[in-house]
Design a protein around this ligand. Sequence first.
Ligand code: MGD
Ligand code: MGD
Ligand code: MO
Length: 769
Amino acid sequence: MKRKPRIIRYTSPAGGWGSMKSLAEILLRERIPLDGAKILMAQNKPDGFACVSCAWPKPAKPHAFEYCENGAKATAWEITSRRTTPEFFAKHTVDALRRWSDYDLEQQGRLTQPMRWDAATDKYLPVSWQSAFEEIGRELRAMQPDETVWYSSGRASLETSFIYALAARLYGTNNLPDSSNMCHESTSVGLTQSIGVPVGTTTLEDMEKTDCIIFFGQNPGSNSPRALHPLQDAHRRGVPIITFNPIREPGLLSFTNPQSPTEMLVTSPTPISTQYHQVRLGGDIAAVMGISKALIAADDAARNSGRVGLLDHGFIAEQTDGFDAFAEAARKISWQTLEARSGLSRNAMEATAAVYGRAQKTMVVYGMGITQHREGVEGVQMLVNLLLLRGNIGKIGAGICPVRGHSNVQGQRTMGISEKPELVPLDKYAERYGFEPPRNAGLNTVEACEAIIAGKIKAFLMLGGNFVRAVPEREAMEAAWSGMRLTVNVATKLNRSHLVHGEISYLLPCLGRIEKDRQATGDQAVSVEDSTACVHGSRGVRPPASAHLLSEPKIVAEIAKAALDPNPRIDWDAWVGDYALIRTEISAIYPDFENMETRMWEPGGFYRAIPARQRIWNTDTKRAHFIDPQSLAEDPDMPEKGTDVLMMMTMRSNDQFNTTIYGYNDRFRGIKGTRMVVLMNGNDIARLDLVDGETVGLATVADDRTREMTGFRVTAYDIPDGCVGAYYPEANALIPLWHHAEGSKVPAAKSIPVRVFKLDGSGGRVRAA
Ligand SMILES: Nc1nc2c(c(=O)[nH]1)N[C@H]1C(S)=C(S)[C@@H](COP(=O)(O)OP(=O)(O)OC[C@H]3O[C@@H](n4cnc5c(=O)[nH]c(N)nc54)[C@H](O)[C@@H]3O)O[C@H]1N2
Ligand SMILES: Nc1nc2c(c(=O)[nH]1)N[C@H]1C(S)=C(S)[C@@H](COP(=O)(O)OP(=O)(O)OC[C@H]3O[C@@H](n4cnc5c(=O)[nH]c(N)nc54)[C@H](O)[C@@H]3O)O[C@H]1N2
Ligand SMILES: [Mo]
């Protein structure tokens, strides 16, 4: 499948013909040319299905084609006509499959039947659902609740998530980590401290009314392409869009709407960013401090000469605290330090301040470039500081906009999937279902990994996702995984996590969200919450991939029934027979979801009121906090100047969804036919005596443990000096488990200190003489 790798410079806009071509190729490869196009028309439509790709909001007035290249790829991936059948498993031992690539594994298509790993033959063999549930129930009953982990990747619906979290707590554990522990947990922790809500404050309406957008470390061209529509509109209205990103991402530079025939013909792409600042990895806190410093200095000067200042002093006095300390820190820190730490010039920071200082309504949009650092929580809080300076939270057209990942990752947290019991209304659960929920803190993702490595976990339930591939410290994790007694994988496709399996291991194939879900009372709908706290209904349209599949709610309910004693207040069968009954339960526990049964079909979804948007600050002092970042004093990862340690980020290509690899091209970055590259600045290549195209190894520089990988192709790229990039998940073996954000424990996947080492002719390491 792999072709000869090629690296070429990409000069076209995001979207455009390249996007259409890429989509056609995918539909063809999944063998769904015509039918696939028809199904796409139902995507993100009222009464259609919510896209299974990202969590970008779905507008009330959808475009005729409310999907993007990558949403379409995700759809094609799910509705593929390829199947991973029992015959496939009969042909391959698990040991043999472990040598397959992520791409090849998922390329086999949808799982069709429940399977159990058989130790004698080292193969997955078909089993009946009933025997699967019986054994899983029996095993779980023999364990202590806190010896089990109930993971979820952020895709499962609100209904599934609600009963999954409930089942775990009835069983007795808060070990409910989810993918957001690797993603926006820095947001949930940071925003809660700063403004009293764990989620963003903006909606699509704000994007329509804003007059300034500042982007930090989020890549809409690949990861939320539908965001390019409102961005394009904003640009046409003359809204300045300022971007901070170490690399020049085409999706943030210019865009041609692939679904507008006129635009495709005249091919005049809309520029997106009006200023583009190539900040160094982890340099954002310093950059925002610089912008703040410039604003505060201008404000001081204006007020000293009797003019009106630049800051919103009324707002600061009435609604916030911590301003004086923050302003003092900004005045005190030197430009020299800020330039060194951000990799940007004072001019660049002042240029942003000048634009921001004039705008009336500013939105800050951000993603993994902020959250996946050691100082990820402070990074989020620094963005809030910037907004607070000019009263930009709690007014239309302004606010903080974290762009979430999985299509329902935010909703899962809202539904009680959380390892933090204090965030869940446990008293209400206790009252409604008449049991005593566990009150001790559960394990998040990093802690679950630690516990697995320490041999303390006996069972791992994986509701979607590819945990072993997504987490840091791959070698230790894979080795420890098989030490578990029971691994249960609810999945749509085969992946690596299923192959490193425990002593007893099940593959439980489920319906996808695009598929019709028929239960006792008829076809069922589900719901999801997007990145802007809007809740949408979703109805499957496609016949199931196999007659043996069960829905996720059904699988979760059957596991609950098998593992738990009956509870007179919970009729699992009735709930599964009619998901509206689950929604009644959701509304009873979570008042924001009152009448969700009808409201979820409102165009654009219904908005869950977010207090900070109304300037209600649910913080300790009932005010929004300015938080002076501590990490500016000392950055634990900053390589010393002049050493050969480089800072590495792990990246997503335009041809993947997390660990799902759609193909080996990263069209926008001009990388074709390979993912094993290390993007490097030309100066670093020369300084380290390397040549462009050479194959090298990378070694982590963090502690005594050796973490090395070989086979990376040195690729000259426009990236700041001292910074390099390699793809996720391939490079995850290089990330130490302890290397995570303070406060949120999000693995610091965007700031890994590494050294490049040369290889000899046979691929071995060249030792220093
Ligand atoms: N097609 C597709 N869509 C997806 C996904 C996918 O894999 N494929 N994944 C989904 C998920 S789960 C998530 S969380 C989101 C992820 O979406 P994003 O938040 O966009 O995540 P990444 O692509 O990992 O990184 C984002 C950007 O951060 C930049 N960056 C890296 N380090 C820094 C830094 O220190 N500072 C700044 N300012 N920028 C930095 C990178 O160059 C990159 O452009 O997308 C979701 N949508
Ligand atoms: N180095 C590095 N590591 C990272 C990141 C990074 O940027 N760099 N990003 C992190 C982030 S933001 C995230 S969110 C995590 C992602 O981690 P995960 O969410 O655990 O991983 P995914 O790759 O999204 O999971 C893909 C699998 O989900 C299953 N699946 C797909 N659809 C469905 C469905 O409808 N139902 C069920 N039950 N299963 C389904 C399929 O079997 C598929 O193989 O990775 C994190 N890891
Ligand atoms: Mo994510």
